[in-house]
Design a protein around this ligand. Structure first.
Ligand code: ADP
Length: 463
């Protein structure tokens, strides 16, 4: 199932949810336990009072006298809730405190007054009381001890506990979300680093390997597996590159032999017109095939890491002027105008491989001439932006569609519009991109279909 949330966000949510569920369960259990303990404690207190009173009454075998009343009063006064201890006979006549002495008008529950022993609850003055009734057999008649204990403290304690739980929930939620985010980031950071390393590996640097710490965990296994896969890929690509390079190299000789033989045949004065035309075709095709082989050999060598480049100071102004001069015959044939603008630069030196750069500029200029209908305008300029040399080639040609634009630097790619328009191999811009790459330069293309194209090469700042 596709999720729109990142793993770290999902982990954060899960950790927070688990934390909060745990906290709610723990808080609930604590609340129940507190409720039970305090309630038990209250019951124990009032039953204890009833027991002590029963012992007192039984020890005297109930001799209602002033002395006994005084004993009861002493007991009641010594007890925190002494006003809620009363003694009745089974006819519901109050024995202690002895009438007419005033007593708390407590609403003793009916079952307590009926002599049913046990625990019940009754409200009094807006508070809840726990009531305990105990029947004792003393001479001459059985008595009923009624004791009530206030449950208000318990209620307040539970209320304060619940309040504490509720108030701490959002705080805990925030803390757990922060912890969750921090933990998930910590756990996923190595994954991000691994992803960035994998992304940086292209066909041009397949010898690169992912670095990992020897933790023995899943990530180490993943990195090792990726490295093994990269090794296999490097080996396979190396084999293909070597095969392409060897094949291109081996095909060169028979091709040049075919071309030479065709040229020799063309020089024979006895040759008839149709044979001459066929041999001229052979020469042209052999030339095209030789160019294609040359391009393939360049790319195959580039893939295999054989960069035959000599980096030394190159004056871009004179190199571009040379390439333009070489292109002039083609420009003239198509009746284009070629505008060259070097701005104020008399000399513009960069560090590069002159042969490769000549080839790159030629590819850009040749394409501009090729893909511009006769009578078009081509402009080549050189300037310096933020310390970077910039070469721009613009034409008023057929342009490149938005769909084709992202692919023009791919090998053997040719836009549909250009296929029917001009001959080509589809390797020129791939080579141009590679040459730009070994110079740490960026080569970009902009175009509106039908309105021409602009290629821009920006070199790194001069050291
Ligand atoms: P090709 O040998 O086909 O010219 P390239 O690699 O040089 O191969 O160019 C790839 C494709 O990019 C061309 O086939 C063409 O469709 C397009 N292209 C390149 N330069 C231009 C340009 N200046 N104007 C229009 N299309 C161009």
């Amino acid at each position: 199932m596709k999720s729109h949330f990142s793993i770290s966000l999902r982990l954060t949510l899960w950790i927070s949810a688990a934390f909060i569920c745990g906290f709610v369960a723990f808080g609930g259990a604590m609340w129940l336990d507190l409720n039970h303990t305090t309630s038990q404690g209250r019951t124990k207190t009032i039953t204890g009072r009833a027991r002590r009173l029963a012992e007192l009454l039984q020890s005297t075998q109930f001799e209602p006298s002033d002395r006994e009343s005084a004993k009861f009063n002493d007991f009641a006064e010594a007890t925190p809730e002494g006003r809620f201890i009363q003694v009745y006979d089974l006819d519901r006549n109050r024995i202690y405190p002895e009438p007419p002495a005033p007593a708390v008008d407590f609403p003793w529950p009916r079952q307590a007054l009926d002599g049913t022993a046990g625990i019940s609850e009754a409200p009094y003055n807006g508070r809840l009381y726990r009531v305990f009734a105990r029947r004792i057999d003393v001479h001459p008649k059985p008595l009923l001890i009624l004791v009530a204990g206030n449950l208000e403290d318990n209620r307040l304690l539970l209320q304060r506990f619940s309040f504490g739980l509720i108030v701490s929930t959002p705080v805990l939620l925030a803390v757990s979300a922060l912890c969750g985010y921090f933990l998930s980031r910590r756990a996923l950071d190595p994954v991000d680093r691994l992803t960035a390393s994998v992304r940086s590996i292209t066909i041009g640097n397949l010898s690169k390997r992912l670095s990992f710490s020897a933790t023995g965990d899943e990530l180490q296994r993943l990195a090792q597996t990726c490295n093994e896969m990269l090794a296999r890929l490097e080996n396979a690509v190396g084999q293909i590159a070597r095969f392409t390079a060897d094949a291109s190299h081996e095909l060169r000789s028979p091709l040049s032999l075919i071309r030479t033989l065709a040229e020799v045949a063309l020089r024979d004065p006895r040759i008839d017109d149709s044979s001459a035309s066929a041999f001229r075709e052979i020469v042209t095709e052999a030339e095209n095939a030789a160019l294609l082989l040359d391009d393939m050999l360049t790319l195959a060598r580039a893939d295999a890491g054989h960069v035959e480049a000599v980096f030394e100071p190159v004056d871009l102004t004179s190199l571009l002027a040379e390439v333009c001069a070489r292109a002039m015959p083609l420009v003239d044939v198509k009746r284009h105008t070629l505008a060259v603008d070097f701005g104020a630069c008399k000399k513009h030196s960069i560090c590069g491989d002159e042969t490769s750069l000549r080839r790159l500029f030629w590819i850009l200029l040749d394409n501009a001439i090729k893909y511009t209908p006769a009578g078009g305008r081509i402009a080549l300029s050189l300037d310096c932006v933020n310390g970077r040399s910039r070469v721009t080639v613009t034409d008023t040609g057929i342009g490149i569609s938005a769909a084709a634009l992202p692919h023009i630097f791919d090998r053997f790619y040719r836009a549909d519009a250009s296929r029917s328009y001009e001959e080509g191999t589809g390797l020129g811009l791939a080579i141009a991109k590679w040459i730009a790459g070994i110079h740490q330069a960026t080569l970009t293309a902009h175009s509106d279909e039908g309105l021409g194209a602009t290629f821009q090469l920006v070199f790194p700042p001069a050291a």
